[in-house]
Design a protein around this ligand. Structure first.
Ligand code: COI
Length: 353
């Protein structure tokens, strides 16, 4: 690409935003008026532009379809009371996307395409950012292979895109999770830490079995012995155990969550004991039995802070008392207040558009 970035903009002639009801927002039901696109061709990034949201035309021999050479990110924009719009920690998503790109042998995305593209898109579609408590605009950047070739090799051509969608809660009520000890989400040396499509595809069948049995999601355990807790469905998982905040350390098999990092940072700032360490299923179950484990919750961009009400292990449902959700409720409120400009943004997480 040239030294200076020129994002061409083709505005829609048929905006739909006036039909959006801020008071009836569910998760990702509608997509905003515009989308950002850029192509990687002949070894260089080309033609970043914004166009009306719409379908794509792809070769049936596209390797993203056949072999899953595809990565994505998830972040959110919020509307403040004074009307300003901020995005939560976008540069952290930008960095993580390039970590995923490296693992999947995809080209590095330039910061100017990701960040300037995001800013231009939100300037155009800022009215899609809802201002009702509990809602936000979910931003989905993604990169996928676009060669026309069905041999297994890294593609030579790629498309980077950003689409956005107004969202409410991902989980509308406290979650019921089941410890998974047969199926595996990620293994050492695998792609678990990358936000790549295949990780999510592989989770669907075990998650469906759990849903058929009356649970919402799984708690994944390590692929080798199925004794250590890793993450939960679409979120990292955390516990309040013996008054400490406990979560698995990131590594090959666990997504380096940005909400995870924000929660750990705030908890340390509050003077809380924070333990990033392996936690076994046995220790978790003992904590549930003795009452030393007071809270369990998922953390993620889509899920925000999702309280867990049931943990099932070995055919037994352990219920977590609703009245014990002190830490997760305080954390959710604090994060919401920071994101909406109602509390001090001490760590500089809000990026204003
Ligand atoms: C997110 O939390 O942003 C995710 O990407 C999880 C999910 C919706 C796939």
């Amino acid at each position: 690409m040239e030294d200076t970035l020129q994002i061409n903009i083709n505005k829609t002639q048929h905006p739909r935003v006036q039909n959006l009801d801020y008071h009836d927002i569910q998760f990702a039901r509608e997509y905003s008026d515009h989308m950002l696109m850029a192509d990687f061709k002949n070894g260089a990034w080309q033609d970043p532009h914004i166009e009306p949201y719409g379908n794509l035309s792809l070769s049936p021999a596209n390797p993203a379809i056949h072999y899953g050479q595809s990565i994505f990110e998830g972040l959110k924009a919020y509307k403040h009371e004074d009307g300003r719009v901020s995005v939560f920690r976008p540069k952290a998503n930008y960095s993580r996307m390039n970590v995923s790109a490296k693992r999947m042998v995809m080209p590095h995305i330039p910061e100017e395409i990701f960040m300037d593209g995001l800013i231009e898109l939100l300037k155009l579609d800022y009215k899609w950012v809802p201002d009702v408590e509990g809602t936000s605009l979910y931003i989905r950047p993604f990169l996928f292979a676009t060669d026309e070739f069905i041999g297994v090799r890294p593609s030579q051509n790629y498309k980077f895109m950003i689409i956005t969608t107004p969202v409410g809660a991902y989980y509308s009520k406290p979650v019921r999770v089941k410890v998974e000890t047969h199926y595996t989400r990620a293994v050492k040396g695998g792609t678990g830490y990358a936000k790549t499509a295949g990780n999510y595809a592989a989770s669907l069948y075990p998650a469906k079995l759990a849903q058929d049995a009356g649970y919402d999601q799984l708690i994944w355990t390590d692929g080798q012995n199925h004794t250590l807790i890793e993450e939960s469905g679409t979120m990292n998982i955390m516990f309040i155990l013996n008054d400490a905040l406990v979560t698995a350390p990131t590594g090959d098999t666990i997504l380096d969550g940005i909400t995870r990092d924000s929660v750990l940072t705030l908890a340390k700032d509050w003077g809380m004991k924070v333990e990033e360490r392996p936690l076994s299923v046995t220790e978790m179950v003992e904590g549930l039995q003795s009452g030393a484990l007071k809270e369990a919750f998922g953390v993620g961009t889509a899920a925000t802070i999702a309280p867990i009400e049931i943990i099932a292990n070995d055919g037994i449902d352990y219920k977590l008392d609703e009245s014990g959700r002190e830490f997760s409720q305080k954390m959710l409120k604090t994060l919401t207040d920071i994101r909406l400009g109602r509390a001090e943004d001490k760590f500089g997480w809000n990026y204003f558009i």
